[in-house]
Structures are given as structure tokens and as C-alpha cells.
Design a protein around this ligand. Structure first.
Ligand code: NAP
Length: 255
């Protein structure tokens, strides 16, 4: 099968591309570094020639709601329109568990993800939306983004992080096997409910970094719902992959 991977050079997309190629499928990587800007759609029509499924694993750095909504809506819209014209049979979109009604401020990424889901589902090509919880590496990303000194204020946030490799496996299975006569929704989560601050401390320790992690309560309705655990596995979510500690030991074998 010929499968296009939007964001195929990113963290998740690379793993999806590697898995598809290992199974003998042809892949087309859609990203700016491959000459295709999905916010404009330039070059997309030609790239989708002969493609059966598209996996959308794009992302952007900004968390401003206006930026994320504009980005994800534009990307999903172009993939749908050009996908329909090219005869694509399925678009698989990676989203996030529990984001309904969440957004704004530090949670502006979720505004964009909901716009992405709505845009792709409004299109002609049948869709599969895979909602995953935060990845095990989320704590490390928080350190990279926020910890400029020895102190890191960390939002009080119950999480149920998941191994990104297991998420890539699920995306590949949907791209190859999901039915093409209905919209598919699937939620996946890792095996343990934890506090984000504990994962941040463990990640800093494994990296050999001294970091004082200070749990903080962020203001606002979204932060309150996040504290109540809305980003953890939803009822009926499939539990996939290994634990955070198993993943951390793999990432930092001498940590
Ligand atoms: N991190 C988590 O815990 C988590 C959990 C659940 C779901 N997710 C979702 O997973 C998705 C993928 O995340 P990731 O961490 O793998 O992202 P990433 O590593 O930041 O990769 C983003 C990808 O998007 C491409 N891209 C960006 N702008 C583009 C544009 N204008 N046109 C075409 N391609 C563009 C990038 O390639 P170029 O730069 O070459 O364009 C890159 O391949 C996100 O949508 C996120 O919401 C993340």
C-alpha cells in the first residue's frame, strides 16, 4: 500500500514511516523539509498520486489558540480536499484524549486539536481519529521548555502517559486496516495513572540533572478540569505499551 505521512519527519511521524517501510509499504512524507507546506497545500496534489491512506501527525510549536486553530484547520482541510480529489480512502488523525471543552492559555494546543478533528470529520474522505494520552516523554519536554534554572514550577496534573512507539503501532494499524465506510474513534492510554510532577522528577534524575520541582495550581476552568484527571484514560480506552519507568530505563540505560 502507498501511505502518506503528514509530519513524517516529526517524533511520531518518523516512527510511523519506519514501521510502514519495515512492513514493505511505500511511504510519502509530507512536510516542509520534503518541500510540502500543508498550511498552503502547494505540491500536495502531486504527492498524493496513488496514495490509499494518509496519517496526519503534524504539529506546531505555538500554543496560542489563534495559531493552533489556523494551523490544524488549514492542514486538515488541505489533506481532506486534495485527498478526496486523489481518491484517498482513509485519513488517520492523531489527537489527544480528553480535550473536549479544554483550551486557552497554556492549553491552547487543544483548541487547535479540536479544530483539526472537526475539520477532518467534515470532509469527504472517511476518517479515523486516534486520541492518545500524553507521551512518556512529555515530562522531558516540559523540562526542555520551562526549566531554565534549578527550579521548575510544574502544574498539578494527573496523567496516564503512553509509550509513543505503541501509539505509532496503532496509527499504522488504522492506516492499513480501519474500515472505510464509517468514521472511527479510538482512545489509547498507558497503563498507569501518575502525577506529572513525579514523572518530571524521575526524568530529571535519569538525566543527571538537579531540579527542584514545585507543584503549582494554574488558574482557570481548563486547569481545574485537568487537575480532576480529564487527560487520563477515558472509559473504554485501550491500554497500550509499557510503563513510564520501563520507557525511561530504555531512554537512559545508564540513568
Ligand atoms: N506530545 C504528546 O504528549 C502528544 C500526545 C498525544 C498526541 N500528540 C499529538 O501528536 C502530534 C505529533 O506530535 P510530534 O511531537 O510528533 O510533532 P513534531 O515532532 O513537532 O513534528 C511535527 C511535524 O509536523 C511537520 N510540520 C510542521 N509544520 C508543517 C507544515 N506547515 N507543513 C507540513 N508539515 C509541517 C514537521 O515537519 P517540518 O518541520 O519539516 O515541516 C514535523 O514532521 C501532534 O499533533 C500532537 O498533538 C502529542
Amino acid at each position: 500500500m502507498r501511505v502518506a505521512v503528514a509530519g513524517g519527519t516529526g517524533l511520531v511521524g518518523t516512527k510511523v514511516v519506519d514501521r510502514l517501510r519495515a512492513q514493505g509499504h511505500e511511504t510519502v512524507v509530507l512536510s516542509r523539509s520534503e518541500g510540502i507546506d500543508l498550511t498552503t497545500g502547494d505540491g500536495l496534489a502531486a504527492a498524493l498520486d496513488g496514495v490509499t491512506s494518509i496519517v496526519d501527525a503534524t504539529s506546531l510549536e505555538s500554543t496560542k489558540p489563534a495559531d493552533t486553530v489556523a494551523f490544524f484547520s488549514a492542514v486538515a482541510g488541505h489533506l481532506q480536499r486534495e485527498g478526496a480529489a486523489a481518491g484517498v480512502r482513509r485519513i488517520v488523525t492523531l489527537s489527544i484524549v480528553g480535550i473536549d471543552g479544554l483550551g486557552g492559555g497554556p492549553f491552547g494546543h487543544y483548541d487547535g486539536k479540536r479544530a483539526q478533528e472537526a475539520t477532518t470529520e467534515a470532509g469527504e474522505v472517511p476518517t479515523a481519529i486516534l486520541r492518545a494520552t500524553q507521551f512518556h516523554g512529555f515530562a522531558g519536554q516540559l523540562i526542555d521548555w520551562m526549566a531554565k534554572g534549578p527550579l521548575l514550577p510544574c502544574p498539578t496534573q494527573p496523567v496516564q502517559t503512553v509509550d509513543v512507539d505503541a501509539v505509532a503501532d496503532e496509527l499504522v494499524a488504522l492506516a492499513l486496516e480501519a474500515p472505510v465506510d464509517q468514521h472511527v474513534h479510538k482512545d489509547v492510554a498507558g497503563p498507569e495513572k501518575r502525577l506529572l510532577a513525579d514523572l518530571v522528577r524521575a526524568t530529571a534524575k535519569a538525566r543527571g540533572r538537579r531540579l527542584w520541582v514545585l507543584p503549582v495550581w494554574l488558574p482557570g476552568a481548563t486547569a481545574r478540569r485537568v487537575r480532576q484527571g480529564v487527560l487520563q484514560a477515558s472509559p473504554g480506552a485501550k491500554v497500550i505499551g509499557g510503563t513510564f519507568e520501563e520507557w525511561l530505563a530504555r531512554e537512559h540505560p545508564t540513568g
